[in-house]
Design a binder for this molecule. Structure first.
Ligand code: NAD
Length: 377
């Protein structure tokens, strides 16, 4: 249902001229990666290879939400005659990189675009050790509010600052190193086409969330993406290609739901943006990115770090003024009036496949949804 809605949105916007025809998406089963795949396939008629880490159904136990979303996408792409193949496995591993390269060589020859949209809690390094990312402030502790999802009550949270190892580990998981490894391996294998573009998504957001996000451990990892994009400049120039970090809007995805304090911010943001008529979801963001930035003849909207800015509407003065004015005023009693907690809650349910109009949740269904995988189970 969610995938169908996203496809319909892209189709309604019309074809994107000069879009990519062969695209690899790393992190393709949810949020911005899935939306990028849908924009590429249904907006540009692109063949797509998706890499993700999802759990299939086992007997009566349901699969993870991203599994069903990818199965739905693959069926709908197939029905339109679009090539779509999937790899379920750990994108950090050499094995999965080589499986994707072999598939591209065999079926597509090369790709015109690589979307790196991974959001992972941990990374297994080549020596077998596991490093974890943390969502913590740096330097001083953070106190803020979060919304208890079940009771709709605001509750105080406080987080101790990260130690240097936690900062370094978060950079290893969510920074740019693995993006560089993918690009290096693909260049070496000759699977990047002339003029290929690669993107990696980042977030900056509002000053009210900076202590926990932009100035926190995850922000340090995101800073590392800017370093990696610069480091990729020379390798990508060998194929006349480009590496872009793109600043996307704050949205509720699986990854974002884990960020402390984000629920209050996003609920206020959704209220202000919906009222202004400027609210966008992942699919609106990726389609606008493709149509007006990456594959348009006009100038790119770049900042001083050469990042493409897609958070323009989120950071508009009137929107941020609303968020900042109400940031400390909001409490349990005023939650439904000042924020769009209802919309936030609905987005949370839909993320996990619940609360979707037209679905009979009492129906007895077989949770097994088969999907052809080139790699993985
Ligand atoms: P998401 O949780 O919706 O999707 C993450 C994807 O990564 C999924 O497809 C998942 O299967 C895949 N994945 C995770 N670990 C993997 C592994 N080891 N191997 C293979 N695949 C793996 O996340 P999202 O919010 O769409 O985030 C994608 C990117 O966009 C991240 O870099 C995030 O920081 C960035 N971003 C998110 C927001 C936001 O508000 N959600 C805003 C700006 C930027």
């Amino acid at each position: 249902m969610d995938v169908q809605r996203q496809i319909e949105y892209v189709v309604k916007q019309g074809k994107i001229d000069n879009g990519p025809k062969r695209v690899l998406i790393v992190g393709a089963s949810g949020g911005y990666g899935l939306a990028s795949r849908i924009s590429a396939a249904f907006g540009c008629d692109a063949s797509t290879v998706g890499v993700f880490f999802e759990r299939p159904a086992v007997k009566k136990r349901t699969a993870s939400a991203g599994w069903y979303k990818t199965a739905a996408f693959t069926n709908k792409a197939g029905a339109k005659g679009l090539y779509a193949k999937n790899i379920n496995g750990d994108a950090f591993s050499e094995e999965v990189k080589q499986a994707a390269i072999a598939l591209i060589k065999k079926d597509l020859g090369q790709v015109d675009m690589v979307v790196y949209s991974l959001a992972a809690p941990a990374r297994q390094l080549p020596d077998g050790s596991l490093v974890r990312s943390t969502l913590k402030p740096i330097g001083e502790s953070f106190t803020g509010m979060t919304i208890d999802f079940n009771t709709a009550e605001l509750r105080a949270i406080s987080l101790e600052p990260a130690n240097p190892l936690e900062v370094a580990d978060t950079i290893r998981v969510m920074g740019g190193e693995d993006w560089e490894l993918w690009i290096e391996a693909m260049l070496e294998a000759g699977v990047l086409a002339d003029g290929c573009v690669t993107t990696n998504y980042t977030y900056i957001g509002s000053k009210v969330t900076w202590p926990i996000y932009y100035r926190g451990t995850i922000g340090k990892a995101k800073e590392d993406l800017d370093r990696a994009a610069k480091a990729l400049h020379e390798p990508m120039s060998r194929v006349n290609g480009k590496a872009h970090v793109v600043v996307m809007k704050g949205l509720l995805t699986q990854a974002a739901s884990a960020i402390p304090g984000m629920s209050v911010y996003l609920s206020l943001l959704f209220k202000a943006m919906k009222r202004a008529g400027t609210h966008e979801g992942c699919i609106e963001q990726t389609t606008r990115l493709f149509a007006t930035q990456l594959f348009s003849a006009g100038d790119l909207r770049l900042d001083e770090q050469a990042r493409i800015r897609m958070d323009d509407l989120e950071l508009a003065d009137d929107i941020q003024a609303y968020v900042q004015d109400n940031w400390t005023a909001v409490n349990t009693a005023s939650l439904s009036e000042l924020t769009d907690f209802a919309g936030y809650r609905q987005a949370f349910l839909e993320l996990h496949g619940f609360g979707i109009e037209g679905v009979d949740y009492d129906a007895d269904v077989d949770p097994v949804e088969d999907m052809d995988l080139v790699f993985g189970a």
